[in-house]
Design a protein around this ligand. Structure first.
Ligand code: NDP
Length: 449
């Protein structure tokens, strides 16, 4: 990764010093700062108003206790987080993650990324993120409900449709959003649909929200392919993960004529040369909440399961990391390059390590960073907020067309901005700079707050 100029280096050092031990946040901050050299050179007013230093400090960080009782009657204690990072463009917006690895550094990295991602959508939303170190795996519906109710009993006082609007992320899907919304409604005695997104279709949700992140990532790749007069037709694709983002990325790739030959979960990966059977995968993951290893038992001979290992060992034309942060490292990137992979697009947040990103850049692989490629989820959340505000609900096709247009817009903005700042073809620089400039201009206009 190229070095930072002196002023930006000082800011990075300050981030590391003030946020000790938060490695993922340092990584996300460094990745953005690395792109900003040409911007601060062109716009000294940003430095004068300490815009970057203010951007690196969350507006508000909330940490709270989440006590709940499990099915055995034992009291459990988890920790809840909400980091309200930046509201220059609109109410804080970003998901909730329930995963045992969650701590403040993970939430801050995700919240920081969210600022620029949300700006790129062109919609009026600020950046935030939250979650808990609660592990939903193996928990009953009753336990999930009691945890969500306890979590919301504290969170409700910090959120609102004009303040902060959470959504789902790892471990938080439609079921959890339902329990969270129910408790919010009960405590406040208000049917405030716009306070959470990712809701069910019967109670204020939007068509396409479930599909949006995965579909959006694939729409973004389709735009990259178009710049090369190419399409998904006949392409071999590998997707990591088998959660919400992965499943709907697979669905859209298949609709556009590509073949997804491998996917994974945290236990291992499956290779299915005939193409992943999506009905089977959805039943396994969305209904039975099973492990990816069970896919092979149901699918028979065409598929094989590899425990542990790296899904990136499977040769492909296009790779879509859709599981979690830092899941694709330098070794994986070298393997992808060696196997002729030409495009890597991040469905997940920061799944590629800095080493992997550099290696891909050197090899000429088109790399679409998460803040651009997976922005379709939050963009459709903003469309859900629009529908809630106008007490309306739009048809699937209309909403999907809006999503596709937003993804085309983000793609084109990345390309144009990269050109303007002297890094043609560099989607990472384009995304970081375009997102930053939009937020920075709003921060300048709003004064030192
Ligand atoms: P889900 O919980 O639905 O799925 C996550 C998937 O990733 C599961 O298959 C899970 O496997 C796998 N996974 C999680 N942690 C690890 C790990 N440490 N190693 C390997 N695999 C792992 O989450 P989502 O699909 O919603 O989110 C996936 C990524 O996309 C995250 O980075 C999230 O921040 C990002 N994202 C999500 C958006 C959304 O709308 N949902 C929007 C934008 C970005 P297992 O079940 O074994 O844990």
């Amino acid at each position: 990764m190229p070095g930072l100029d002196e002023k930006l280096h000082d800011i990075y050092d300050e981030v590391v010093r003030r946020n000790a031990g938060e490695a993922e946040f340092h990584q996300a901050a460094r990745e953005v700062l690395t792109s900003l050299g040409p911007v601060v050179a062109k716009h000294p007013e940003y430095a004068d108003a300490a815009v970057i230093r203010r951007l690196c400090e969350p507006e508000r960080q909330i940490i709270f206790r989440v006590p709940w009782v499990d099915d055995a009657g034992t009291v459990q204690v988890n920790r809840g987080f909400r980091v309200e990072f930046n509201s220059a463009l609109g109410p804080y917006k970003g998901g909730l993650r329930f995963h045992p690895s969650v701590y403040l550094g993970i939430i801050k990295f995700l919240g920081f990324e969210q600022i620029f991602k949300n700006a790129l959508t062109g919609l009026p939303i600020g950046g935030g993120k939250g979650g808990s170190d609660f592990d939903p795996k193996g928990r009953s519906d009753g336990e999930i409900m009691r945890f969500c109710q306890s979590f919301m009993t504290e969170l409700y006082r910090h959120i609102g449709e004009h303040t902060d609007v959470p959504a789902g992320d790892i471990g938080v899907g439609g079921r959890e959003i339902g329990f969270l919304f129910g408790q919010y409604k009960r405590i406040t005695n208000r049917y405030e649909s716009g306070v959470l997104t990712g809701k069910g279709l019967a109670w204020g949700g939007s068509q396409v929200r479930t599909e949006a992140t995965g579909y959006g990532t694939v729409f973004f790749v389709e735009e990259i392919l178009k710049t090369r007069d190419d399409s998904f037709d006949g392409k071999q694709v590998v997707v990591s993960g088998s959660g919400n983002v992965a499943i709907y990325a697979i669905e859209k790739v298949q609709q556009l004529g590509g073949t997804v030959i491998a996917c994974s979960d945290s236990g291992g990966y499956v290779v299915d040369e005939k193409g992943v059977d999506l009905d089977l995968l959805k039943d396994l993951k969305e209904v039975r909440r099973g492990r990816i290893s069970e896919y092979v038992e149901a699918r028979g001979d065409s598929a094989r399961y590899v425990e542990g290992g790296s899904v990136w060992d499977v040769p492909c034309d296009i790779a879509l990391p859709c599981a979690t942060q830092n899941e694709l490292n330098g070794t994986d990137a070298a393997t992808l390059v060696r196997n002729g992979c030409g495009i890597v697009a991040e469905g997940a947040n920061m799944p590629c390590t800095p080493e992997a990103v550099q290696l891909m850049a050197e090899a000429g692989v088109a790399f679409a960073p998460g803040k651009a490629a997976n922005a379709g989820g939050v963009a459709t959340s903003a469309l859900e907020m629009q529908q809630n505000a106008s007490r309306d609900s739009w048809a699937f096709d209309h909403t999907e067309q809006r999503l596709a247009a937003i993804m085309r817009g983000i793609h084109d903005r990345c390309v144009e901005t990269a050109d303007e700042y002297g890094s043609p073809g560099d989607y990472l620089a384009g995304a970081n700079i375009a997102g930053f400039v939009q937020v920075a201009d709003a921060m300048l206009a709003l004064g030192v707050i």
